[in-house]
Write a protein that binds this ligand. Structure first.
Ligand code: PGA
Length: 249
């Protein structure tokens, strides 16, 4: 049995004082959660305050991005070691907003995944097709390509989580139907089975992301290959994030 995982991606919202409040409410609602792993990914400037607020709870912290180098003249970037030092255990890599708005390539995603693993961070690798790609019927080709580019030459994938996030469902209020999501999740698990073997496929947690809300979480989670969620908008309110986490039980 795979333990459910729920990740909150706070994106570029919440200044530290607000992050502290949100973390504090999450700690009282979910700080002793024993049915799922929970990760919150605040903006960089809030990581320290959230880490200190969540001390003594089971909620862990992730970053939303990183640079693959350990240090150097890389203005505006942040290294894996800096994130670990600040209290992060996880990192989101290849989010569609990084890929589409900031031009992050498959090659950069692959470097980031390797570097994160070397530093002891657990990568949450995002994959997903655009609306045009879905309409052209190439969803699975895209997801397969992104998956291989990101982790294809990594042998031990036990610390990696995959997040399937159809680009057309992110922040749009349009969710993939449970059947649409399950179809891609099953496909991803099949690729992992064929290339990494049974144990890796059975253990891999594949999250769904894209307009997850308390009222669609139960049906999505009811699908065999959906092991949890990567939540954007609804992770900014303690009530809705708690309800979504309760839905994965
Ligand atoms: P959303 O974002 O839940 O606001 O659609 C999901 C994500 O970007 O990870």
């Amino acid at each position: 049995m795979r333990r459910p995982l729920v990740v909150g991606n706070w994106k570029m919202y919440t200044i530290p004082v607000r992050s502290k409040e949100l973390a504090s409410s999450l700690k009282s609602n979910l700080g002793n959660c024993d049915w799922a792993d929970i990760v919150v990914c605040p903006p960089f400037t809030s990581i320290a305050v959230v880490a200190s607020e969540l001390e003594g709870s089971t909620i862990e912290i992730g970053a939303q991005n990183l640079h693959w180098e350990k240090e150097g003249a890389f203005t505006g970037e942040i290294s894996p070691g800096m994130l670990v030092d600040a209290g992060c255990r996880w990192v989101i890599i290849g989010h569609s907003e990084r890929r589409h708005i900031f031009g992050e390539t498959d090659d950069a995603v692959a470097r980031k995944v390797k570097s994160a693993l070397e530093s002891g961070l657990k990568p949450i690798v995002c994959l997903g097709e655009s609306l045009r790609q879905r309409d052209r019927g190439v969803t699975k080709d895209i997801v397969k390509k992104q998956l291989f580019e990101a982790i294809g030459d990594i042998r031990d994938i036990s610390r990696i989580t995959i997040a399937y996030e159809p680009v057309w469902a992110i922040g749009t209020g349009r969710t993939a139907s449970p059947t649409q999501a399950q179809d891609v999740h099953r496909f991803v698990r099949k690729i992992i089975f064929e290339n990494w073997g049974h144990d890796s496929a059975a253990a891999m947690r594949i999250l769904y992301g894209g307009s997850v809300k308390p009222d669609n979480a139960v049906d999505l989670r009811g699908q065999e290959d959906i092991d949890g969620f990567l939540v954007g908008g609804a992770s900014l309110k303690a009530g809705s994030f708690t309800a979504i986490t309760t839905a994965v039980k």
